[in-house]
Design a protein around this ligand. Structure first.
Ligand SMILES: Nc1ncnc2c1ncn2[C@@H]1O[C@H](COP(=O)(O)OP(=O)(O)O)[C@@H](O)[C@H]1O
Ligand SMILES: [Mg+2]
Length: 295
């Protein structure tokens, strides 16, 4: 099924995401705002990529284009696993089939509060079910077992029968990840999934994303405001500033200066300030010892 509308032959070497010359201008009654400027991005299948940048830099807009929720200005193209999502501002007619492969996780409101966690996770299966079963809302024993296993994997199996609305924010986010596992999503797009969580809950949510990436080979693209989390869990960081990619590389290559430039007045908020404390007792004229290079 893969590669129907592309020249690619083998599905294994298809990148998870290809963004080609993507620009987006939002027009309101008062102004035109260019949120993305000719963004080019290729994300390899099986990778975990952190998308960082100050608020308003275009992270959500980029993710929303990848899912086809927003149409680009003319000229851009987006493919997911080789299949066109949109081209030249037009959505591909087969986009629904493609969305089945993609799991979304937002900052909040991912679950239906009044349904149990188990049911919320089973909903991930709906895309794969024949129409009559979907209408009856009827799940097989195997599907229920699979949903339980997914909840266990993210560490909240004991809450399976509880209404989603009664769980903490972090538990709800982990359930959303379990739902994406149940969906057998090949790509997870997470937009600030830990923005409203405490550090310990954030860690657990990031561990769950990292787990589905490493163990299932699911490609993960996660927007994060907190740089430390992006550095700790992602092998590759892409940074946006005012709608342009200004950094693309391994976490270690992110310099303090670049981060300060990226976040400006939001630096504290993004957790950058603590990264390189400036000890006041060392005179700034002191020579900085060179690090010995190995190899
Ligand atoms: N639907 C919209 N209409 C008008 N402007 C928008 C819309 N969505 C986003 N924008 C603008 O595009 C820019 C990028 O926004 P966004 O992608 O949400 O940034 P981020 O997720 O990095 O905080 C912002 O200036 C924002 O105000
Ligand atoms: Mg956003």
């Amino acid at each position: 099924m893969g590669g129907m509308n592309t020249p690619h032959s083998s599905p294994t070497d298809l990148p998870a995401v290809e963004v080609l010359s993507l620009s987006k201008t939002f027009s309101t009654a008062f102004r035109k705002h260019r949120a993305l400027h000719e963004v080019d991005l290729r994300i390899e299948s099986g990778s975990m990529v952190g998308l960082i940048g100050a608020s308003g830099s275009g992270k959500s807009t980029l993710l929303r284009h990848i899912t086809g929720l927003v149409r680009s200005d003319s000229g851009g193209e987006i493919r997911v696993f080789g299949q066109t999502v949109q081209n030249n501002g037009r959505l591909d007619p087969h986009i629904r089939r493609l969305r089945r492969e993609v799991g979304f996780i937002f900052q909040q409101f991912n679950l239906v509060d009044r349904l149990t966690l188990l049911t919320n996770v089973l909903v991930g299966r709906l895309a794969h079910m024949p129409f009559h079963r979907r209408m009856l809302g009827w799940f097989t024993g195997a599907e229920i077992q699979q949903a339980m296993a997914a909840l266990d994997r993210v560490g909240i199996g004991i809450h399976a029968g509880q209404r989603a609305g009664t769980l903490s924010g972090g538990q709800q986010q982990r359930a959303a990840i379990a739902r994406a596992m149940m969906q057998e999503a090949k790509l997870i797009l997470a937009d600030e999934p830990i923005a409203s969580l405490d550090p310990e809950s954030s860690r657990r949510v990031m561990e769950a994303l990292s787990d589905v990436n490493r163990i299932d080979g699911t490609t993960v693209v996660v927007c994060l405001h907190q740089v430390e989390f992006a550095k700790r869990y992602c092998q590759r960081i892409v940074a946006l500033k005012a709608g342009r990619i200004v950094f693309d590389g391994v976490p270690d290559a992110l310099t303090h200066d670049l981060l300060t430039d990226l976040y400006g007045s939001e630096a504290d908020d993004a957790g950058i300030a603590q990264q390189r404390p400036r000890p006041s007792h060392i005179p700034h004229t002191a020579p900085i010892p060179a690090m010995p290079r190995v190899g």
